[in-house]
Every structure is written in structure tokens, then in C-alpha cells.
Write a protein that binds this ligand. Sequence first.
Ligand SMILES: [Fe+2]
Length: 322
Amino acid sequence: MTLLDIETERDELARELVHAASVLAADGVTADSVLARAAAALPAQTRARLTRLTHPPRPGAGYRVVKGLFAAFGEQGPTATHWKDVDRERTARFDIGLTIVAALHGEVFGWENQQDGHIVHNILPAPGYETVQVGGSSIAPLTWHTEDAFHPDRADFLLLACVRNPDGVGSRIATAGAVELSDEHVAELSEPKLVIFPDASYEDDVADCRTSQGMATLWHRDGRLCLRYDPTYTRMLGQDDGFQQAYDRLGRQLDETSFVVELEQGDLLIIDNDVAVHGRGSFRARYDGTDRWLKRVLVRAPRARPESERREHGFGQAQVRA
Ligand SMILES: [Fe+2]
């Protein structure tokens, strides 16, 4: 396929997706309820073509971008200054389209205690959160993290669709496959010697009430290195200089091998949450309706993770299935 063929295919599928989402939205369907109807909303052949177009990153790659797929949904209104204030009726078609695409690749879910349990999360800067390590931050760069690293059933893939990003604020990515670590460091980091807690975007704080179970930072799957990493919300289980050195080395290597992806309006970023960590650069929000705005959907498509994760409590955070 030439680039022109790919763009033609994308534009055709985007039009069909917009049409299906528009019909569903007009019928009162939302992103939270769409999956019961999604199979009937798109012809099987269209679903198959859309599945091919939006396939997850190849093993080890960590991410991919599908350029412009959501541009056909058009203007979504001004960027709100809090996720609670997003006009979900106005963005219903976009949200439905994103959820339909996400569900082609696994089980779509949200969290009861995050963004009111909605399936589509709105990532936008919010006053008062400028320096907090959550999606609403802006001045403080969002540091490296595996999405929902605290939980054994965290997403396999996250989909981030760009509503707008007029200032070209970069999404930062680093992959496990790119880091250079000695065998000793990999062995250290494969030991369950730390605990990762839920981040500040979760609304209750049961975290500290529960017994801490150790978590491994690295593991192998099909010969490739995978990682679970969120230093901001990590507590070491005891003093261990060898482990700390390995952990620090991993952090430096992620910094050194990282790169920036600049999303434009309509782009879809798909991140493999076992292979890549992500973050975001610093920016100054204007809160005038024109700030960066992404929409996020989490997908579980279970693949092998360390056996010890099956015994984790996940800090009691319950998932909502679409
Ligand atoms: Fe994130």
C-alpha cells in the first residue's frame, strides 16, 4: 500500500466511524453504553479493516501513532478546565468512536474511583493541579510511568486520541527494549523489592491501609524485556544498595533513550503499557479553552506477567467494564 492508499483507507474508515457514532449518539448511546451496540453499528468488513488500521504496536515497539483518524469528528468545543466540566454530550460521537476502536483490541475498562467511572478519560490541564503528578498537570513535567502501575490488571494498551494540541506539547516515551542494563541489574530489578501505590487521580486513599506486597520492576515475555515503573508513587521495601543502583540506572537509561511524540489534532497514540513508559513535557496552560486536550481509553488484552502479580490486591481499586 502506498501512503496515499493508506490515507484514502483511513479517511474512508473515519467517515464510516463518524457516521456510526453519530447514529448511536442520536439514539442516546454514550461511550459508557456503546459496546452492547457497537457490533451491530459497523459492518463486519468495516470492523475488520478498522482493526487492521488501528492494530497495537508490534511486540517490543512500545507505541504507534495512527495519524489523523479522529480529525473527521471535527471541533469538540473549548477545552474545559476540569475533566468534570467536559460537555460529554457534545463530545459523545468522538467518545463513542474512540471506544469502538479501543474495543477492537481487547476489553475496554475504566476505574470506579477515577473520573467518575467513565470509560473515556479527559486529559487536560486543570487549575490547582499544575505541579501534581496527574494528567491535569502542566508546569511540572509528567514523570515516567506505567499507566496504573499499582494494579495487576492495569491496561495492556492505552489509546490517547488528540482533540487539540496547538502548542505541540510533546508526549514522551521510553521503551524497555532500548535500555542498556547488565544481567546483574536485570536480575535485581526482577526481584519484588518495591511497592507502587495508586496515583493522586484516584479519589480514595485506602492505599496506606493495606499490606504492602512487593512488585517486580522488570520481567521477560517472549524474550523481550517488559517493565512496570512509576518512581513518583514507589516505595522501596527496605534498604538495598544493589537494587537502588540498578533502579537508578534504569531511570537514567529511560531518560537517555527517550523520545518525544508530538500529537496533532485527530491523531491516535497507542501505547503498549508493558513495553513503554510515558510522560509529558512541561507547558504553561492558558485555561482559555485552547489548551491541550487528549481523550484516553484503557484496554486489557491479557498477556503473561509475573506470576506473583496474581496475588496482589490492587489496593482495592475496582474496574468498570464497558
Ligand atoms: Fe499516563
